[in-house]
Design a protein around this ligand. Structure first.
Ligand SMILES: [Ca+2]
Ligand SMILES: [Ca+2]
Ligand SMILES: [Ca+2]
Length: 209
């Protein structure tokens, strides 16, 4: 796939349903954004009521717009500003308590999650289930999701939308190993360095943290 094509898709200029879409759209974790038939399409706000988060239109979203605001919603999703709206309480994880040293610092430090609300510091297994206030608030804002929504043996590598894609180093912070970049890892690169990370995965030089 050409770099230009990837850029156009990432910018929302090409419909990802064209069959030439990045890997992201074949993943079980990525929603089907549909088309741009809504009258509220391409106004830079997601109007599809299946979603929630900062990328949503502040106005009332109508069921008629489900699957018809693809460009806006996809852009917000890729920017980490959108999550699938919770259907019921059973979908909400157990956040646990606030026993972590990093509780109540307005960043989620529980390594079960990923998203723009995550801390930039190193994640520790001992914080699992012990940063409830921070992670619960971020979840409610749609700025957090559970890691691990892939099926089968290989993780969901996503697409190549990262600035650090195709540099032969994996820049997705969900991984570690000698196939990783030595520069700082950024949450925003999660699922956006697919070519590099899948190659490193196949070579056995990275594993999930
Ligand atoms: Ca819209
Ligand atoms: Ca915290
Ligand atoms: Ca890379």
């Amino acid at each position: 796939m050409s770099r230009l094509f990837r850029k156009l898709v990432a910018a929302g200029f090409l419909a990802a349903s064209s069959g030439l879409a990045p890997v992201a759209h074949a993943q079980p974790g990525a929603p089907n954004f549909g088309d741009d038939a809504s009258r509220w399409a391409k106004d830079n706000e997601c109007d599809d009521p299946r979603f929630e988060g900062e990328g949503m239109s502040p106005g009332l979203s109508l069921d008629d717009d489900i699957g018809h605001d693809a460009t806006d919603c996809r852009a917000a999703w890729r920017g980490g500003n959108l999550a699938l709206a919770s259907v019921d309480d059973a979908d909400i994880p157990d956040f646990g308590d606030d026993a972590s040293d990093w509780a109540k610092d307005d960043e989620c430090d529980d390594p079960r999650f990923e998203g723009p609300a995550m801390t930039r510091t190193k994640l520790l297994d001992q914080d699992i289930g012990h940063d409830a206030t921070d992670c619960g608030a971020a979840w409610d804002d749609g700025r957090l999701q559970l890691i691990g929504d892939w099926e089968g043996d290989a993780p969901d590598f996503g697409d190549d939308a990262s600035d650090w894609s195709n540099d032969n180093e994996c820049d997705d912070p969900r991984f570690d190993g000698k196939g990783m970049t030595t520069t700082d890892l950024k949450q925003e690169d999660i699922r956006h360095d697919a070519t590099d990370c899948s190659a490193a995965w196949d070579a056995g030089t990275i594993k999930l943290r």
